[in-house]
Design a protein around this ligand. Structure first.
Ligand SMILES: [Zn+2]
Ligand SMILES: [Zn+2]
Length: 219
């Protein structure tokens, strides 16, 4: 969808590590896994398809196994899926280390102890520990099961919400499967994509370079 130079790639790598914290996912491995999802959506080769899982947790577990195999280069992935993904070996090693993950978890607990005002707020801690996989599972499970479609596609991708206030635009998943290289996930007038203006601005000031076909008006 877009490219950036090595300096900015490192900046975003650090931001990813800080904000994903305990549930850091390798941008490289996630990128490869996501390409496999698009190429094989809702077939047996799909790394996460509700069609081939009994329930949400079964799918999350399978995704975890495939993600780990990709991360350690044991997934027999074709070379074409591995090209031009971001990679910073040292930072992946640090951010993905179990001690660093535990340190983030400890930090979240301390943060809650300092700022939580009611006991039930602590029930939100597991969501914080597993923010990355939970975010993924919401899209990969629900946006392949519930919602409406704008386009007939060869898989089950749906637009989960008519106005995506929850997933920052990512839940316009039917649009995204139809036009995988399009930065703006919204197509219909009500489908506002809150992430797109940020991408648009980053492109305008030259931090990223959107590929040409993003200028096309698809509707
Ligand atoms: Zn999908
Ligand atoms: Zn995608």
């Amino acid at each position: 969808m877009f490219t950036m130079n090595k300096f900015w790639e490192k900046v975003f790598y650090i931001l990813t590590a800080v904000f994903q914290g305990s549930s850091f996912l390798s941008p490289k491995a996630y990128g490869i896994m996501h390409r496999l999802h698009h190429a094989h959506a809702d077939t047996e080769k799909d790394p996460h398809s509700p069609k081939y899982s009994k329930n949400l947790f079964d799918m999350m577990w399978k995704t975890r196994i495939i993600y780990s195999a990709i991360l350690t280069d044991n997934a027999n992935t074709e070379d074409k899926f591995k090209k031009n993904v971001p990679y910073w070996a040292a930072l992946e090693k640090i951010a993905g280390h179990w001690m660093v993950r535990l340190a983030w978890a400890a930090f979240y607990i301390l943060f809650y102890m300092k700022f939580a005002t009611v006991w039930w707020m602590f029930l939100l801690l597991p969501i914080h520990f597993l923010m990355g996989p939970i975010h993924g599972a919401i899209i990969n499970w629900f946006a392949h099961k519930l919602g409406y479609i704008n386009f007939k596609v060869s898989d089950t991708a749906k637009n989960l919400l008519p106005i995506d206030f929850l997933m920052m635009g990512e839940s316009y998943h039917n649009n995204h499967h139809k036009y995988g290289g399009r930065a703006n996930f919204g197509i219909k007038w009500h489908e506002l994509d809150p992430t797109y203006p940020i991408i648009w601005l980053l492109n305008l000031i030259g931090i990223i370079h959107l590929k040409k076909d993003n200028d096309l008006n698809y509707m």
